[in-house]
Write a protein that binds this ligand. Structure first.
Ligand code: ADP
Ligand code: MG
Length: 371
């Protein structure tokens, strides 16, 4: 039979159990603390994530609780309303009026906006407040307006093209009859009237042709042609009229140069260059056209003794709509560039203010007749 343990031993055992229990408790408490810390961090992380998402969108977001008090406001809302969140958090109102498609701030600013409100519910489906979204659509409205303007311009362009076509054909016959008339009346005082009609009509026809070419584009149809013939036809057409303005138009060429080209387009390009030369000589002068053999192919040079051009004009010469003339369309040289590009030809312009201008066109391949 064992002896009963003395009181002292019992006490020691009790203390020991107490110590063990208390250290277990301590451990559990520490574990719990660590878990709480983790959870707090996670909540904090989620909160930050939510805030940075809210702050990075360009939609204004304002959250009202069930009492209608502002509880949250993102950065875009601050920016759009022009206030800082501190001023409205905890208050029941925003310094702005939200109408159907517009936000009007109390400081007077207003902007078109997409505005929507939705109820916020908790997990059991009970309403806990509402959230207001609004987005500034000024830029969108601008784009819409721009789009509408472009649509109108396009329609207008189409209409103008139609009208230009309508006018172009009868003008062609007016031009023809005026030049026939001026030949018939040669030697009489009326001859110069007919000459002037034919000259004005020719300018008009050229302007219309340039407009139509600009809207229709350059679509060359290549066929063999003789450059000398194309240019001497132009001399025949323009020489008389130019002479009556004190301008002497001549063609020099030592050989016959043939190439594959679009006769109608090349004519249009040379007429544009000729008319520029003509317009650069209000007090008369000389225009010489010449064809010679270049390194790659024939080179047509058109030289005038006109006003020449400054650096600015020379550098913008081929820009569509660039003109220094009161009633110039600025299409002439841009069309020359398009036509010559289609022919694989290079344009070289040499000009000096007061001394005149030379436009040289170098065709790419050697199409010399007979070779
Ligand atoms: P536009 O003749 O309608 O003005 P162009 O495209 O034919 O348009 O020419 C653009 C500009 O280049 C002209 O306004 C003019 O200032 C300049 N220019 C072109 N050719 C000559 C030239 N031969 N002499 C002087 N300036 C010229
Ligand atoms: Mg011109």
């Amino acid at each position: 039979m064992s002896e009963p343990l003395p009181d002292r031993v019992l006490l020691e055992q009790a203390i020991e159990r107490f110590n063990t229990a208390s250290s277990t408790l301590m451990n559990s408490y520490q574990t719990l603390q660590a878990q709480v810390r983790l959870l707090t961090e996670e909540v904090e992380h989620k909160k930050q994530l939510l805030n940075s998402i809210l702050d990075s969108i360009d939609v204004g977001v304002v959250y009202f609780d069930a009492d209608g008090t502002v509880q949250l406001m993102n950065r875009s809302a601050e920016g759009l309303l022009g206030i800082s969140a501190d001023r409205v958090l905890g208050t029941p109102s925003l310094p702005a009026v939200f109408s159907e498609e517009q936000v009007t701030c109390t400081d007077g600013r207003r902007f078109p906006a997409i505005i929507s409100r939705s109820a916020v519910k908790n997990q059991s489906g009970l309403p806990t407040g509402s959230v207001l979204f609004f987005q500034d659509i000024t830029r969108l409205k601008q784009l819409e307006a721009e789009n509408e303007r472009n649509r109108r311009l396009t329609a207008m362009g189409e209409l103008i093209t139609k009208i230009a076509h309508e006018i172009r054909n009868p003008l062609g016959s007016i031009e023809l009859f005026a030049s026939l008339l001026s030949k018939d009346l040669e030697g009489t005082p009326s001859a110069s009237y007919a000459g002037r009609i034919s000259n004005s009509v020719r300018h008009l026809v050229n302007t219309l042709d340039n407009m139509l070419r600009f809207s229709g584009g350059v679509r060359p149809v290549f066929a063999p042609l003789v450059l000398n013939v194309v240019l001497s036809e132009l001399i025949d057409e323009f020489r008389e009229v130019f002479l009556s303005s004190g301008i002497d138009l001549t063609l020099t060429s030592d050989e016959v140069y043939a190439l594959q080209g679009d006769r109608v387009l090349l004519r249009q390009a040379f007429i544009n260059i000729l008319l520029n030369a003509f317009q650069a000589m209000p007090d008369g002068g000389t225009i010489t056209m010449g064809i010679r053999q270049g390194e790659a192919g024939p080179v047509v040079a058109i030289r005038d003794s006109g006003t020449g051009m400054d650096q600015e004009t020379a550098s913008r010469l081929f820009e569509p709509f660039y003109s220094t003339k009161d009633r110039g369309t600025g299409l002439g040289m841009s069309i020359v560039a398009g036509i010559m590009e289609a022919h694989g030809a290079h344009i070289h312009v040499q000009s000096e203010p007061g001394a005149g201008t030379t436009v040289s066109i170098e065709f790419a391949k050697d199409h010399k007749a007979g070779s």
